[in-house]
Design a protein around this ligand. Structure first.
Ligand code: FE2
Length: 216
């Protein structure tokens, strides 16, 4: 009887899970100036990220309704919306924390891994920049941790495809190369934006993600 009550309570809890909501920025909208303007940060966070969340919540509601009716066809048809909007939410939630107005450095452990994979921090910046600038259309450049080889890797993802779900790499540092991330300030020169963004990378956050990824 007790076990049944516990199962029922857990089921109610999981069904009543709160919808996704916009995470607060860990700094002010103007904090990353002059590298990223207040206007870009405000629009990017309150409009673009919020839209992914709104649409993800709507898709999850539809999925819940479809699954409750055993409507597998409708559930499968929701995959593109879940992937795009869920990916947009996951990617941006990492991106805000990957940035900071403070001066930070990679941890000794991360520095060692970067040296091993890219010959040094400058080598990482060069390779990540080249890959990010080379993304055709909209997408992301990533530094990720590969659990299979226990090493750092660079990858790119199209649109809002989330890194881990589509490549198996654990995301450490993402560069959003959608035009909405830079066009108001850098116009069509994506290369200038990518070069500048390293000035505001939160290496402390990247190092913590690296430590966590290694322990998985
Ligand atoms: Fe974005």
């Amino acid at each position: 009887m007790f076990a049944l009550r516990r199962i029922t309570t857990n089921a109610v809890k999981s069904n009543s899970r709160a919808a996704h909501s916009l995470p607060e920025l860990p700094y002010a909208y103007e904090a990353l100036e002059p590298i990223i303007s207040r206007d870009i940060m405000t629009l990017h966070h309150t409009k673009h990220h919020q839209t992914y969340i709104t649409n993800l919540n709507a898709a999850e509601e539809k999925l819940k309704a479809a699954l409750s009716k055993g409507d597998v066809s409708t559930a499968i048809s929701l995959e593109p919306a879940l992937r795009f909007n869920g990916g947009g939410h996951l990617n941006h939630s990492i991106f805000w924390k990957n940035l900071t107005p403070e001066s930070t450095e990679p941890s000794e452990a991360l520095k060692k891994a970067i040296e091993c994979s890219f010959g040094g921090v400058q080598g990482l910046k060069d390779q990540l920049s080249a890959s990010s600038i080379g993304v055709q259309g909209s997408g992301w450049g990533w530094l990720g941790y590969c659990p299979k080889s226990s090493s750092l890797k660079i990858a790119t993802c199209a649109n809002q495809d989330p890194l881990q779900a589509t490549t198996g790499l654990i995301p450490l540092l993402g560069i959003d190369v959608w035009e909405h991330a830079y066009y108001l300030q850098y116009k069509n020169v994506r290369a200038d934006y990518v070069k500048a963004i390293f000035e505001v990378v939160n290496w402390k956050d990247v190092s913590e993600r690296f430590d966590k990824a290694k322990s998985c």
